[in-house]
Design a protein around this ligand. Structure first.
Ligand SMILES: C[S@@+](CC[C@H](N)C(=O)[O-])C[C@H]1O[C@@H](n2cnc3c(N)ncnc32)[C@H](O)[C@@H]1O
Length: 158
């Protein structure tokens, strides 16, 4: 979710994972990833769309992965729309991995306001259907030399 041009999809394909979907708002970012993957791009399902509006298939995904997307949603209506899509698209027993800015992370990114989370405050956003399985803090070093504190959380969906 919001995979953009990131290389996670390359790594998952190289590890032998199949049935991969990458969704992003930016067609330009998806084009970069597709071009990089070359012929392997045909095995990936690419979706251009806004996660707060997109229609997703029901109970289709085993794992939902979002790094650095949810924290850009600051409007409660967008949170609601995002969680609605997880509820609809992730199968019962599936897993949701979300990495956001941590409580000591930046208050803005690329000039945009962002939210900061702890594993439990993020779980509260997701709702009672989710159980926190594990979490880990990580420091992200930006190309400009700044350090941004992230928290990676994995939840299971009942
Ligand atoms: C900071 S980048 C993170 C990219 C990738 N997940 C990573 O960790 O390298 C945020 C990505 O989220 C995408 N994005 C932002 N808002 C979105 C939305 N409402 N729906 C889908 N994608 C969105 C952007 O286009 C961008 O590719």
């Amino acid at each position: 979710m919001g995979g953009g041009a990131s290389t996670l999809v390359d790594d998952l394909a190289a590890e032998g994972y199949t049935d991969l979907t990458v969704l992003d708002l930016s067609s330009a970012a998806l084009a970069v990833a597709k071009q990089r993957l070359g012929k392997h791009a045909d095995a990936v399902h690419w979706m251009e769309g806004d996660i707060t509006l997109v229609e997703l298939p029901a109970h289709r995904f085993d794992i939902w992965h979002d790094r650095a997307v949810f924290h850009f949603l600051t409007d409660p209506a967008d949170h609601h729309a995002y969680v609605e899509r997880i509820m609809h698209a992730v199968r019962p027993g599936g897993h949701v991995i979300i990495a956001t800015f941590a409580e000591d992370g930046p208050e803005k990114c690329s000039g945009l306001p962002v939210m900061r989370y702890q594993p439990e405050t993020l779980r509260a956003e997701l709702g009672d259907a989710f159980l926190l399985v594990e979490h880990e803090k990580a420091a992200h070093h930006t190309p400009l030399g700044a350090v941004q504190q992230f928290v990676y959380c994995r939840y299971s969906k009942r």
